[in-house]
Write a protein that binds this ligand. Structure first.
Ligand code: PLP
Length: 621
């Protein structure tokens, strides 16, 4: 049975083999058989690429571009829309050179462009070989230099549009354009009054931070007219925040955008492009509902709804259908990669070992162990209540100095023993939701070799839920429920929301760890925003990043590999010179040798360990 709900959230990319391994499927070529993920990890390990690994699959990335552009092309045909679609990828969603250049390459037949929200991102965009008709949309705060580059880049054949975020920004554009004696392509970012639900609600409505309100838009149009720049304003932009869960919100806001567009046209603005920003969601949980981590529509519905709304408004106003632009980032790249980590250790809240009571033990210890006599399907809740009661009474006695530490240890162990009996019953028999809830409250911890702050920052920052599953032994019934802690010494470094077939849970069913084999966990759909948003908490650096493609004989090829940060690299990010650290450490060791605290052999061990660590991975090796 599909305990983890893979069929619902797996987007046809993830499946399970007969031997219980999670396997990856190629979404673009069905003739490629599923490739076992544990086999991929084993192979990567043999090549020296150890976990944590951020694994990107090339066809997953390509799929995003194809699906988006195909959905728009189909919807254009079906709705009789007379304009074209020219999507742009917002670089901030995944700035990795390899990703951006792949998106530009795969997107070329679609005239897919780029969105730059900062000067560095514009620099990235201008280093790409873009298709002739594709756009570079410049959002964000812009200084003289940014604007100069954007304006002059048009002479190199780039269709660079400067989206005005404020009235003041136009004054800079005005001055720079006059200095250069060049005409810019301009856009205006409109603050819509409609709001959307979801995590990014605050990015919508008239209290949103970016863009011009209605009165400012009219002032801008007047100013453009006055300065002779009105003919440069070709694009209208709006953005309502990311991951919009409800299609009704999209319809409402698109209709408002279209109203602005028709009104601006009526004011004589020669608009040609209608840019609707980002917001197209990803169904992280497979719920297909309008929740924070899911959405109640498909990409096909998204496209049809947009085109219908825009077409309707334009037909009513007797206007040509605009070239439609969206800046969908999350949809294009989120599915493309996953984080893989091994479990280093466990903190378990049960034990198979029954403690022996000794003469003089408080009767609560004996009462606690006596629960064993009636743990059964019919009395599970009672057993749990009793065990908790006796343990807590013992804890109170211990705090008051009435029982000693050895006796307390027997009571704690007794409780863990009873809990393991309850766990076994709870797994096999019917029981109440209360028991489930009570057991969820005392789940075990598995300690993972990853940093939440580096690799899954949105899990920490905005409670993003990703599918998280064990990558092996899925043909065995899991016998534990855990929460994952990371390798930082921060108690916030935890994954405690999981996608299961029955909904979101606060713990994940997993298997016991074994001495022989590593236990790997996969966190799926981390391709959007996570890679560069992460930080160096506790000086854990970038994980190893590997891009693979799946091949016909059930194997894979490495397309690209970026080794994770070494400790020396991470130290240099925070202004240490690793060489200086080494020299200082050697000096300290020498002093200890002179003082007779360290002998020659120990000196060598110390120096080797320090040097090897500097050159090594920041994670557990
Ligand atoms: N465009 C702009 C202006 C944005 O601020 C963002 C991100 O929020 C996006 C596009 C990308 O949005 P999404 O990832 O939801 O497609």
């Amino acid at each position: 049975s599909d305990l983890y709900g893979i069929e619902a959230w797996g987007h046809d990319l993830v499946t399970v083999t007969d031997t219980g391994d999670v396997a990856l499927r190629d979404p673009l070529d069905p003739s490629i058989p599923p490739v076992s993920l544990p086999a991929i990890i084993k192979d990567l390990n043999e090549r020296g690429i150890t976990s944590p690994i951020q694994l990107r699959v090339q066809s997953f990335l390509d799929m995003g571009i194809h699906r988006l552009n195909k959905a728009f092309a189909d919807a254009i045909r079906e709705t009789g829309y007379q304009g074209v679609y020219r999507g742009v990828f917002p670089i901030k969603v995944n700035q990795q050179a390899e990703v951006v250049s792949r998106l530009v390459e795969v997107g070329r037949p679609y005239h897919y462009g780029l969105e730059a929200g900062s000067k560095p991102e514009l620099i990235v965009a201008l280093a790409q070989e873009m298709a002739k008709e594709s756009l570079i949309i410049c959002n964000g705060v812009k200084d003289d230099e940014f604007i100069r580059l954007a304006i002059l880049s048009r002479k190199l054949g780039f269709n660079t549009v400067i989206v005005l975020e404020s009235l003041k920004e136009f004054e800079i554009v005005h001055r720079v354009a006059r200095e250069l004696d060049a005409r810019p392509l301009l856009g205006v970012r409109i603050k819509l009054t409609q709001t959307v639900t979801g995590k990014w609600e605050a990015s919508s409505g008239d209290r949103s931070t970016f863009g011009l309100g209605t009165e400012q838009v009219v002032r801008l149009v007047d100013r453009l007219e006055e300065t002779g720049f009105l003919d440069c304003l070709v694009l209208q932009h709006s953005h309502l925040g990311s991951q919009v869960p409800n299609i009704i919100d999209i319809r409402r806001t698109v209709a408002e955008s279209a109203r602005f567009y028709t009104e601006l046209k009526a004011l004589g603005v020669p608009l040609k492009y209608l840019d609707l920003g980002g917001g197209l969601g990803v169904d992280y949980t497979g719920e297909k509902r309008s929740t924070d981590n899911s959405m109640n529509y498909t990409v096909e519905e998204y496209c049809t709804n947009i085109l219908e709304s825009v077409r309707y408004a334009m037909d009513e106003a007797g206007l040509e259908h605009p070239t439609l632009v969206t800046e969908s980032g999350r949809f294009v790249v989120a599915l493309s990669s996953m984080l893989i980590f091994n479990v280093l250790d466990a903190t378990l809240y049960d034990t198979p070992v029954r403690p022996e009571t000794v003469a003089g033990d408080h009767h609560f210890v004996k009462d606690l162990l006596a629960v064993e006599g009636y743990v059964g399907p019919a009395r599970l809740q009672e057993s749990l209540n009793d065990a908790l009661y006796y343990r807590d009474e013992m804890r109170a006695l211990f705090r008051r100095g009435q029982v000693d530490i050895r006796q307390m240890a027997r009571a704690e162990q007794g409780f863990l023993y009873i809990r393991s009996l309850i766990n076994t019953q709870a797994r096999t028999g019917d029981h109440s939701d209360e028991v489930d809830e009570a057991l969820e409250g005392v789940v075990d911890y598995y300690h993972g070799n990853f940093s939440l702050f580096q690799s899954l920052p949105d899990v920490w920052a905005i409670d993003q839920v990703h599918p998280v599953i064990p990558l092996q032994r899925l043909n065995e019934v899991p016998n534990r429920r855990v929460v994952f802690t990371d390798i930082t010494c921060d108690s916030d470094g935890k994954i405690s929301h999981f996608v299961l077939r029955d909904g979101i849970a606060n713990s994940l069913p997993v298997h016991d760890l074994t001495e022989e084999d590593e236990y790997y966990i996969g966190v799926f759909f981390v391709g959007a925003y996570q890679e560069t948003l992460g930080d160096l908490h506790n000086l854990f650096g970038d994980a190893n990043v590997v891009t693979i493609s799946l091949n016909r004989n059930g194997g894979f090829e490495i397309e690209h590999e970026t080794e994770g940060d070494t400790i020396a690299q991470v130290l240099s990010y925070v202004e240490y010179d690793p060489q200086d650290c080494l020299v200082a450490f050697r000096r300290t060791v020498e002093r200890a040798v002179k003082a007779g605290q360290v002998n020659a052999a120990q000196r060598r061990i110390l120096m080797d360990a320090y040097k090897d660590s500097l050159a090594g991975y920041t994670y557990f090796e």
